[in-house]
Design a protein around this ligand. Structure first.
Ligand code: NDP
Ligand code: 8X3
Length: 249
């Protein structure tokens, strides 16, 4: 029996690459996101093992209704990939837009925990499952303008660590992936709302690509069930943590 994987944010970037990779690897994938035409395009390209399912991570009622709304034969989700998320803005905290902060918290934190809560009981009852989250190096290494985005990813980090405690004794695995600079997605276009500035983020670099994240997910999933990868921090070779900042004068 093919395992069923639900990927959030499958309309672009990492989520799209993960959905494509996992269908090719023999999983059945529920691809979610808000942009229906992109989900339909994935389904047209990948065939019957890809179920397009519109889901807004800011819609608590839609998330609560998800298990019952899935078609027969797709409800026993084995793997949840909490990938949907975003950063908005690079302003310092004292100048940041509060609406941007609210959106990052509601998508990266609130929607993510609600969906996890909705799908976990089935995994526990079946004594099989895996929750994979997309954290970030921003959870670990602070930077100017990373204020709430980095804090949401620090939440993701500790939430997944705590999940491991709660799930101890049942065969449900939890893994947090923490990538650094990654191009080939819409992350910087969404964050900066300016395509030229977004392109400049990757200028002269060889960043990670969505296929690298999909490869990591495929590897984590492929390991024997008694092996749980807790966390993976990955950066492109051209990136490293910087030094501490000092204000002078
Ligand atoms: P993209 O912007 O390319 O993709 C983000 C995805 O999230 C889209 O499919 C989008 O779908 C979905 N999404 C955003 N808001 C919502 C919402 N309210 N409801 C449902 N879906 C939503 O970004 P990436 O692929 O780069 O990022 C994926 C994840 O990886 C994010 O959590 C990001 O924080 C994290 N990450 C990214 C890094 C990078 O450098 N790119 C590095 C480290 C972590 P739609 O708009 O159709 O709803
Ligand atoms: C995305 C990586 O460095 O832009 O999570 O925060 S970074």
């Amino acid at each position: 029996m093919k395992q069923i994987v639900l990927v959030t944010g499958a309309t672009a970037g990492f989520g799209k690459a993960i959905a494509e990779r996992l269908v090719h690897d023999g999983y059945r994938v529920i691809a979610t996101g808000r942009r229906q035409e992109r989900l339909d395009d994935l389904a047209a390209r990948l065939g019957p093992d890809l179920l397009p399912f519109r889901l807004d991570m800011d819609d608590a009622a839609g998330i609560a209704a998800l298990p019952a709304s899935l078609p027969e034969g797709w409800r026993d989700v084995d793997v949840l990939i909490n990938n949907a998320g975003l950063a908005l803005g690079m302003e310092k905290a004292q100048a940041a837009d509060i609406a941007n902060w609210q959106t990052m918290i509601s998508t990266n934190v609130t929607g993510m925990v609600e969906l996890t809560r909705v799908l976990l009981p089935g995994m526990v009852a079946r004594d099989r499952g895996h929750v994979i989250t997309l954290g970030s190096t921003a959870a670990i290494y602070p930077y100017t303008g990373g204020n709430v985005y980095g804090a949401t990813k620090a939440f993701v980090r500790q939430f997944t660590r705590n999940l491991r405690c709660d799930l101890l004794g049942c065969n449900v695995r939890v893994t947090n992936l923490e990538p650094g600079l990654c191009g080939g997605s819409e992350f910087s276009n969404v964050r900066l709302r300016d395509d030229a500035k977004a392109a400049a983020v990757y200028e002269g670099t060889k960043p990670l690509l969505p296929a690298d994240i999909a490869e990591t997910v495929a590897w984590v999933l492929s390991l024997p069930r008694h092996v749980n990868i807790n966390e993976i921090e990955l950066m492109p070779t051209c990136q490293a943590a910087g030094g501490l900042a000092v204000a002078r004068g």
